[in-house]
Design a protein around this ligand. Structure first.
Ligand SMILES: [Zn+2]
Length: 472
C-alpha cells in the first residue's frame, strides 16, 4: 500500500498539534497553501423545509465567517492545506435525476437489503433554541475561544442547520429527514443522545459539558418519524439511578446506549460501572463507546478513558460492546505492556483478536474514511475479512457534511477509489452527505476487496424483538 507522508494521518503516537481538543484540530496539516478552483456556492438552505435555490445573505456571511474562522484556526496551527471542495457545505436540494440514477449509486445498493441498513452512529445536535432541551457550553459561542467557536460553526454547517430566522434545533432534524428520504424505503438512522459530564459522585456538571442532548428529545424525534429514525440513549454509569435509566430506555425502544468517555467522564474500567453493566445485560442493549482520541468534543480531562483496553470490564460482565470508529484516531497507553504508547487502533485490534470476545465485541466504521484518520486503518479493515461480520456501518453525521474532513483525492491516490468516482461523489456530497458516506464506503475497494453488504445491514445486530413501547 502506498503511504501518504503528506496526509498527516499516519499512525503516530501523538498528533502534531498543540492545545486542547477541537474540531478545528481535525483539519489536516499539509505542506503548501494553494486554493484549487473554489466552487461557487449557488444554493442555500432553508431551515424548516427542503433546501432552496438561493443563498440568503446571512448564509453567505456565515460562509465567509466559516472560511475566515477556519483560516485563522488553521493558521494558528500551522496548517497550510486547503480542502478540495472548499470549507462550507452548499446544502443543495434533492438529488438531480441523473445523479440519483447514476451507476455508482446503483452499484452501491446492489445486493443490499435497504430495510436493514440502519446508520448506527448519527448525532442529533442543535443549539437549544427550540424546545429540545439541548444545551451547548457558552465557550462555543465565544470569540474568546476561536477554536470552539469554529467547531460549532462547522457542526452546524455540516448539518445545514445554520439557517437564519428559524430554530437551529428544528432545522437540524428537518435536514436530516430530507437526507434520509432520498434513501430507499426502510433505511433508517439511529439518533444518538449525548450525556453530560458527571463527577465520580454521579453529579452532572454543566460547566464541564460541551454538549447535552437529552434522551427524551432524541426519543421524541425518533418516535415522530419511526419509518426513518430509531434512537440511542446516553446514560452515565455513575448516576445513582443508572440501572433504572437503562431499563426505561430499553422499554422505550432505545436500540443501544452511547458513551463518549473522554468528554463525559466515565472510566469503563471502574467498579463504579458495574451496576450499569448489569443493567445493560438485563436489558440486552449494546454499548457504543467512543475509543481513541476525541477531537470533536472538548474533553473533560479524561482522554485516557477512551483506551479500548479499558472496555475489558464491560466485556467480562457480558455487555455487547461496539467500539466507535474502530478506535482509529490517536494513541493510548498499552496497559498490558507497561503503559507504552501505541495507536489506539492497535489496542482495539488486540481485543478483536481475542477469541473470547467473538459475538460480543464489534467495531463501527464511522469516520474511518476521514482525512485525519490513520492511513493504514481503512485498508486493514477492508482486508481483515474475518472481522467483517463484526463491523457495523455508521456515518457519524453531521461529520460527512463537513467538507474539510474528507479528501477523495487522497483515497483515490491510495488506490482505494477509481478516478471516475470522484466527480460523482463530490456532487453527491453537495446534495446529500449521508448518501455520500454510504456510497463512498460501498465503493472503496482494494485488490477487489470491498466491505460486504452485511457491514451496512446493521439491523442484524441492532434489531430488537418487537415489543409494545412503554407509555411515557
Ligand atoms: Zn460520533
Amino acid at each position: 500500500m502506498r503511504q501518504f507522508a503528506s496526509s498527516g494521518a499516519a499512525c503516530r503516537a501523538r498528533p502534531p498539534w498543540p492545545g486542547r481538543l477541537s474540531l478545528a484540530r481535525s483539519l489536516p496539516p499539509l505542506k503548501h497553501s494553494r486554493r484549487p478552483g473554489a466552487r461557487a456556492l449557488a444554493m442555500g438552505t432553508d431551515s424548516a423545509g427542503p433546501p432552496r435555490a438561493a443563498t440568503p445573505p446571512r448564509a453567505g456571511r456565515r460562509r465567509l465567517l466559516l472560511g475566515g474562522v477556519a483560516g485563522v484556526a488553521a493558521g494558528m496551527m500551522g496548517a497550510t492545506w486547503w480542502p478540495e471542495d472548499g470549507w462550507s457545505n452548499p446544502c443543495l436540494a434533492g438529488l438531480p435525476p441523473d445523479l440519483a440514477r447514476h451507476e455508482l449509486l446503483q452499484a452501491a445498493w446492489s445486493g443490499v437489503d435497504a430495510s436493514r441498513v440502519w446508520d448506527m452512529h448519527c448525532h442529533i445536535a442543535g443549539t437549544g433554541d427550540g424546545d429540545s432541551g439541548i444545551a451547548v457550553h457558552p465557550d462555543l459561542f465565544s470569540h474568546a475561544h476561536p477554536l470552539q467557536f469554529a467547531q460549532r460553526l462547522f457542526y452546524m454547517d455540516g448539518a445545514c442547520a445554520a439557517a437564519p430566522g428559524n430554530s437551529v434545533d428544528t432545522a437540524y432534524v428537518a435536514r436530516l429527514r430530507h437526507l434520509l428520504d432520498e434513501f430507499p424505503a426502510g433505511a433508517r438512522a439511529v439518533l444518538l443522545a449525548f450525556e453530560r459530564f458527571h463527577d465520580t459522585a454521579g453529579r452532572a456538571l454543566p460547566e464541564r459539558s460541551t454538549f447535552f442532548v437529552p434522551n427524551e428529545h432524541v426519543r421524541r424525534v425518533a418516535q415522530a418519524h419511526p419509518q426513518r429514525f430509531a434512537w440511542a440513549a446516553s446514560i452515565h454509569p455513575y448516576r445513582e439511578d443508572c440501572a433504572e435509566a437503562v431499563a426505561a430506555a430499553a422499554a422505550r425502544g432505545a436500540l443501544l446506549v452511547k458513551w463518549l468517555p473522554a468528554a463525559q467522564g466515565m472510566d469503563p474500567a471502574a467498579p463504579a460501572c458495574d451496576a450499569f453493566y448489569a443493567a445493560m445485560v438485563r436489558a440486552d442493549l449494546p454499548l457504543l463507546v467512543h475509543c481513541g482520541e476525541e477531537r470533536a468534543v472538548h474533553g473533560g480531562g479524561t482522554q485516557d478513558y477512551g483506551n479500548p483496553l479499558r472496555l475489558r470490564r464491560a466485556l467480562e460482565h457480558g455487555v455487547r460492546v461496539i467500539v466507535a470508529h474502530c478506535a482509529s484516531l490517536g494513541s493510548d497507553r498499552d496497559l498490558d505492556q507497561g503503559g507504552v504508547e501505541r495507536p489506539s487502533f492497535e489496542l482495539f485490534a488486540r481485543l478483536m483478536q481475542d477469541a473470547r470476545h467473538e459475538g460480543q465485541l464489534f467495531g463501527d466504521i464511522s469516520a474511518v474514511t476521514q482525512i485525519n484518520r490513520c492511513a493504514q486503518v481503512f485498508p486493514r479493515l477492508l482486508q481483515q475479512s474475518d472481522w467483517h461480520h463484526r463491523l457495523l456501518n455508521g456515518s457519524d453525521y453531521p461529520l460527512p457534511g463537513i467538507l474539510p474532513l474528507f479528501s477523495l483525492r487522497r483515497l483515490q491516490g491510495m488506490g482505494l477509489l477509481p478516478d471516475t468516482a470522484l466527480p460523482v461523489l463530490s456532487r453527491l456530497r453537495a446534495h446529500n452527505a449521508l448518501l455520500f458516506d454510504f456510497v463512498l464506503k460501498r465503493t472503496l475497494a482494494q485488490g477487489g476487496q470491498r466491505f460486504p453488504a452485511s457491514v451496512f445491514e446493521t439491523a442484524r445486530v441492532l434489531a430488537r424483538p418487537a415489543r409494545p413501547e412503554a407509555q411515557t
